[in-house]
Design a binder for this molecule. Structure first.
Ligand SMILES: [Cu+2]
Length: 183
C-alpha cells in the first residue's frame, strides 16, 4: 500500500475539514514503526468546555505511552490483545487499550493537543481511533467510520493510515490486499 497522506482526509470530504472536530495530526504512519500520535481538540461540546478525552486504541496497536500534560491527569486501561504482538522483541498479550486525560477546563474558544506514542501495527490499512469527549455540560462521541460515499458524518472518528516502510516497498505493492477498517 502506498503511503498517501490524503486518503484519510479524503474519506472525510463530506464533513469539511474546515470544521475542527477532534482529529489526528498524523494522517499516515509507517507500519511497524514507533509513532507519535497527536489528537487535536478543536472545540468543546456545543460551546461547553472540555474536561476530558478518552482515546480507544484499535486492535493491533501496542506499546502505547501517553505524553504527560500539565493541568491534566492521565489514566490508562489495559486489556487482552486478540493476537500477541512483538514490542521491543518481546511478545505481549496485554496492552494499553484506552488512554484518558482529565483536567482543563479547555474552553470552547481555545484549542489543545493530546499526544501519545504507539507501536504501529505491521498490517497496513486505515485505522480509526474512537474518541469520547466529556465536557462541563454534555459529551461527544467521535466514533463514526465512513459509510456510503457522500454520506455526512457528524462525529467522524480520527483516522490514520499505516503504510509499509519504504525499504520494503516493491513494484507489486498495489496488488497487496488492503486491510479493512480497524475500529
Ligand atoms: Cu467539529
Amino acid at each position: 500500500m502506498k503511503c498517501s497522506p490524503l486518503l484519510c482526509a479524503l474519506m472525510g470530504l463530506a464533513a469539511p475539514l474546515a470544521h475542527a472536530h477532534i482529529s489526528l495530526e498524523q494522517v499516515s504512519a509507517q507500519a511497524g514503526t514507533y509513532q507519535k500520535l497527536t489528537f487535536r481538540v478543536g472545540h468543546g461540546c456545543a460551546g461547553s468546555a472540555t474536561r476530558g478525552i478518552t482515546v480507544l486504541l484499535p486492535e493491533g496497536v501496542a506499546g502505547a505511552k501517553p505524553m504527560p500534560k500539565a493541568g491534566w491527569t492521565i489514566a490508562t486501561v489495559e486489556g487482552a490483545l486478540k493476537a500477541p504482538l512483538m514490542v521491543h522483541g518481546v511478545a505481549v498479550s496485554r496492552a494499553v487499550r484506552e488512554v484518558n486525560w482529565q483536567g482543563g477546563p479547555l474552553a470552547d474558544a481555545q484549542y489543545d493537543e493530546f499526544s501519545l506514542q504507539i507501536k504501529v501495527p505491521d498490517a497496513t490499512g486505515k485505522y480509526y481511533f474512537k474518541v469520547s469527549q466529556v465536557c462541563e455540560q454534555g459529551s461527544a462521541h467521535w466514533n463514526e467510520a465512513p459509510g456510503a460515499p457522500g454520506a455526512v458524518m457528524q462525529f467522524p472518528a480520527p483516522c490514520s493510515m499505516w503504510c509499509r516502510p519504504p525499504a520494503r516497498r516493491t513494484s507489486t505493492e498495489s496488488a497487496e490486499p488492503v486491510a479493512p477498517w480497524h475500529l
